[in-house]
Design a protein around this ligand. Structure first.
Ligand code: TUI
Length: 315
């Protein structure tokens, strides 16, 4: 059994968090991951506080284990959602796509454990000073909004930069990734892409099929021109987005408009033409739909046998 300080910090059995994937991570997926011994998270994405309140209530009926909320800081509703997690006594908040420092005092006063996703050592230090209990160092192998550094380079540097525990994210899809994360100094992992095909994940079957059939080079990062690169599976949508990005006659506003609504179209409608199917570079390793609990057990079983044999090269 693999137990790290993250398990006691969060009251979980396996040191694994489910990524707070927009339009994907609802009460169904989050409660399944929590029931499976990890920490499930509901994504607040761009949704209103009313939507999130309902999902939190739903999750409370589906699990008696701890679960958290991921707050996407670029959301127009970030402020109201930040208040709601206090009212609802959500035990854990992860944040993404920005600096959460202005909310941290209120969250810490409420006893919420805050674990921001960080793409660099500077931001890791900043959120540690603001009161984060841990940081999630996310490399650019991951799906969605990404930074510049890979998991392999970011995780050890963040471990050296802060005293709080570090969770590794980006490119972790099986037990080998978990074992590697521990070698880099992390006390746990965050996994997104592998949970896209969890049985309890309610995305459109087209989305799941795309992940199940992806090859190693089937993701692309677009949107660098707008200051927020996003990794997704290659589709006619990403090809057109990439073309527009390099076309000087297309304005930033047009480009933003072209991308609006694309996450929902992928997740809910399975729209291959207009949807943005966010996924990480590990998608090719994901080959079957499974219950979330089975994904967790399988990943940690593999990690245990790798770590158990880790001394085989030492003479
Ligand atoms: O947030 C994510 N992944 C996401 S958010 C998302 S929704 C979205 N839709 C359209 C455009 C952009 C996002 C889809 N995927 N991952 C965590 C993450 N956070 N990656 C990078 C960061 C990050 C970036 C900058 C965290 C902090 C940060 O700080 C900047 C600053 O100046 O403090």
């Amino acid at each position: 059994m693999i137990q790290t300080p993250l398990c006691s910090l969060l009251g979980i059995e396996y040191p694994i968090l489910q990524g707070g994937m927009a339009w994907v991570a609802d009460a169904s997926l989050a409660s399944a991951v929590s029931n499976g011994g990890g920490l499930g998270l509901i994504s607040a994405m761009n949704a209103s506080a009313d939507w999130l309140r309902e999902e939190i209530h739903k999750a409370k009926t589906l699990t008696d284990k701890p679960f958290g909320v991921n707050i996407m800081l670029m959301s127009p509703h970030a402020k109201e959602v930040a208040k709601l997690v206090v009212e609802e006594k959500v035990p854990v908040v992860t944040t993404g796509a920005g600096n959460p420092s202005k909310y941290m005092e209120a969250w810490n006063t409420a006893g919420i454990k805050v674990m921001p996703v960080v793409p660099s050592t500077a931001i890791a230090r900043r959120v540690e000073r603001a009161g984060a209990v841990a940081v999630i160092a996310e490399g650019c192998e991951s799906g969605g909004h990404i930074g510049e550094l890979t998991t392999m380079t970011l995780v050890p540097q963040v471990c050296d930069a802060v005293k709080i525990p570090v969770i590794a994210a980006g490119g972790i899809g099986d037990g080998r990734g978990i074992a590697a994360a521990f070698m880099l100094g992390a006390v746990g992992v965050q996994v997104g892409t592998r949970f896209l095909v969890a049985k309890e994940c309610n995305i459109h079957q087209n989305y799941k099929n795309k992940v199940l059939h992806a090859r190693d080079i089937d993701t692309i990062a677009t949107g660098r021109r707008l200051g927020h690169p996003v990794r997704a599976l290659k589709t006619s949508f990403t090809r057109e987005f990439a073309r527009m990005e390099y076309d000087a006659s297309v304005s930033n506003e047009e480009l933003e408009r072209f991308g609006t609504g694309a996450l929902r179209l992928a997740a809910q409608e399975g729209d291959e033409k207009h949807g943005s199917f966010l996924a990480g570079q590990i998608a090719a390793l994901v080959t079957c739909e499974q219950p979330a609990a089975e994904i967790i057990r399988e990943m940690f079983g593999q990690a245990e046998s790798i770590l158990g044999g880790a001394t085989k090269w030492i003479r």
